[in-house]
Design a protein around this ligand. Structure first.
Ligand SMILES: C[S@@+](CC[C@H](N)C(=O)[O-])C[C@H]1O[C@@H](n2cnc3c(N)ncnc32)[C@H](O)[C@@H]1O
Length: 265
């Protein structure tokens, strides 16, 4: 397999930290309290209620324990763990995300163990460092998903939990839309260099050396997007209302995301 171009991935995400595409008021200073409040409704875990439920469930188990977040972006997920008494090391590939996440925690009056850059494909931590690894919407964009899951396993203690949300799945409504529309409807004007869609069984095959506790299809309804323009209008007024008429059972077969919780054995 070809080595992933981590520099291209880093460059893209450094210029497009998740959340920047939702800023409608360009006078807001990135990293200010007003800035975070402005984009909050579009961010994990507020946009996706199942992510907040997962944080609450996991935080209740992990209170006082040490969780690593891989690909923290602006730190909204880590913030919720910190608020619930979990010790958090928050990491991302890009300096901009790390800067924003650190500022975010400072503004919210919470303290992480560390906030720094890390590459999911070669983490700097010794084996068996963490009680849990949390990663949301990241590993399929890392350049080598299998290796990233193996790295998460390496840094987990035996019995430690990998909570990896939002792998992109196929077939799914977003897979079809992004193929027909030539871009995922969620991103800004430019797509990330890597954004793999996988079949459920491929995703589960990444979890070697784990006992999978839960694998759940999520995002099986088309929800509002903040993007504007012709494609977004077609999505909002054409595709979404029609798609959302599908019965639950059928919509679930076309769910956009698969989230996996697995225990290191
Ligand atoms: C879609 S964003 C998700 C951010 C955050 N988890 C959230 O939900 O707001 C993907 C993130 O993964 C990070 N990322 C991509 N490849 C990575 C890698 N190899 N190692 C660590 N982080 C990576 C990007 O920098 C970006 O912040």
């Amino acid at each position: 397999m070809r080595e992933p171009d981590v520099n291209a991935i880093r460059e893209y995400w450094d210029a497009h930290t998740l959340g920047m595409q939702y800023v409608k008021d360009l006078s807001l200073e990135p990293g200010s309290a007003a800035f975070f409040a402005h984009i909050r409704q579009w961010m994990n875990p507020y946009k996706f209620p199942w992510i907040m439920e997962r944080i609450e469930r996991e935080a209740a188990r992990l209170r006082g324990r040490h969780l690593l977040e891989i690909g923290c972006g602006m730190g909204f997920d880590s913030l919720e763990f910190l608020r619930r008494g979990v010790r958090v090391t928050a990491t991302d590939l890009t300096p901009n995300a790390v800067r924003l996440a650190a500022r975010h925690f400072e503004l919210e009056g919470v303290r992480a163990e560390s906030v720094h850059t890390e590459n999911a494909l070669s983490l700097s931590f010794p084996d068996e460092t963490f009680d849990a690894v949390w990663s949301n919407g990241v590993l399929h964009a890392s350049g080598d998903t299998r290796r990233a899951v193996a790295e998460a396993r390496r840094v987990l203690r035996t019995g430690g939990r990998a909570i990896i949300s939002h792998f992109y799945r196929k077939p799914s409504w977003m897979y079809l839309l992004s193929r027909w529309g030539r871009e995922p409807i969620e991103h800004g004007s430019e797509d990330p260099p890597v954004n793999e869609f996988y079949r459920d069984e491929e995703i589960l095959s990444f979890f070697e050396g784990f006992r999978v506790e839960e694998a759940v299809r999520e995002h099986h309804r088309a929800i509002p997007v903040s993007k504007t323009g012709v494609k977004a209008a077609l999505y909002t007024y054409g595709f979404a209302p029609l798609y959302n008429l599908l019965p639950e059972r059928i919509a679930l077969t076309l769910a956009y995301k698969l989230s996996v919780t697995a225990v290191r054995v």
